[in-house]
Design a protein around this ligand. Structure first.
Ligand code: SF4
Ligand code: SF4
Length: 187
């Protein structure tokens, strides 16, 4: 770095620094505010902000990457407005909270999917007409059923969840034999 560059850097550095003692005390705590707002003192805050942003981006990344890997891409478009709850009596098996199933599919939460009746969905598509994002819900639920049943067979879903689902009639006839089989082997 040349002397000229150094001079320029020093001048810039000086410009950035404020002399806090020269500032009038207008409000209680104003010096503290100035301390944090000085560029030279912002390192910690900057890093905290970076850390927060990293956290947010990682979470969003997982939210997007996970469904992509599992072929549940459409779930990314759900903005959780819950308009699909309007399906009501149009759902032949009486599933009340379709959005819960979509969110469970997005994050591959088997327990949430089963507890909200995902395994009794008959993929009729009636709820799809209520989705403001035109997500083909019957496709999403069908794919998630396949993934969930794989997890059930591999023993990744706690038995208590399966027993409760069986007792409450949350397992449809397509899967009831398989779930009973898994539970039978476990006992
Ligand atoms: S696709 Fe499933 S959740 Fe939607 S209305 Fe049909 S049975 Fe109910
Ligand atoms: S209506 Fe569509 S976008 Fe809204 S919560 Fe239901 S699935 Fe998601």
């Amino acid at each position: 770095m040349t002397d000229q560059d150094k001079d320029q850097k020093d001048k810039t550095e000086k410009k950035r620094q404020r002399d806090d003692s020269a500032q009038p005390v207008v409000l209680p705590g104003i010096h503290r505010y100035q301390f944090f707002s000085n560029l030279k003192d912002r390192a910690l805050t900057k890093n905290l902000n970076r850390l927060t942003m990293f956290g947010i981006i990682t979470t969003l990344g997982v939210d997007i990457i996970k469904p992509l890997f599992r072929g549940l891409t459409q779930t990314i478009y759900c903005y959780e407005c819950r308009a699909c709850y309007a399906t009501q009596d149009n759902c032949p098996v009486g599933i009340p909270f379709q959005a819960e199933l979509v969110i469970a599919s997005r994050v591959c939460d088997y327990r949430r999917f089963i507890n909200n009746g995902g395994l009794k969905c008959v993929r009729c598509g009636n709820c799809t007409s209520f989705c403001v994002q035109y997500i083909e819900l019957q496709e999403v639920f069908g794919q998630m059923q396949t993934i969930t049943m794989e997890a059930v067979r591999k023993g990744k879903v706690p038995e208590t969840v399966l027993v409760k689902a069986m007792e409450e009639g949350l397992v449809g006839r397509d899967f009831i034999a398989d779930v009973a089989d898994v539970l039978g082997k476990g006992t």
